[in-house]
Design a protein. Sequence first.
Length: 241
Amino acid sequence: MADLGMKDGQAEDPCVDWDAVRVAIDEAGHAVVPAVLSAGQCAVLAALYDRPDGFRSTVVMARHGFGRGEYRYFAYPLPGLVEDLRRSLYPGLAAIANIWGRRLGQDGGWPAEHEGLLALCRDAGQSRPTPLLLSYNAGDYNCLHQDLYGSIHFPLQAAILLDAPGVDFTGGEFTLVETRPRQQSRCEIVPLGRGDMVIFPVREFPRAGSRGWYRAQMRHGVSKLRGGRRRVLGLIFHDGA
């Protein structure tokens, strides 16, 4: 369990076992960190979706063939809790991302602090904030996709479930599909409780094969909601063009 030392609307540095996260992603392609946010913090964030301010855009998925449902991108400045999560989770994720880079023979590495990543994004013309809230009602779903947003895309992202499955909604399972060279795709449903965080690849990650490390592609989505309402905080660490 991760103790972020948070009060509602405020976050301190998270206590996450990053070695365990790395091992879980190596084995399963994702890692779940339970109870990152309290029920109160989830309620505070979920309630933001229905407020008219604080967002730079709203996307109706059906208009673009993305599925059904909506999501809203936060505007800068981000809400304090969202900004703190993004800043404090990044160093642990960057350490994993740099291990991935070495495995795949990539030059250089990701900055140790989040501001360094944002500076890289600005230099590449990417300055639009990408953290978002997603909202699903009965019958809504999210097609499999990847969140890239530009030439600079940090290889890991996170999502935190803000509503309680079986209480606030039914259905709507978080789904990952891994595509491996010369093999059939692998699908996994990731069970989450309210306040749980899932960490997963943005696009690709290293898998160990008989001839060394290879690039496995990952896409993610959400199955059809059978009833209720499901809201999620998406934490993407690079900014968009």
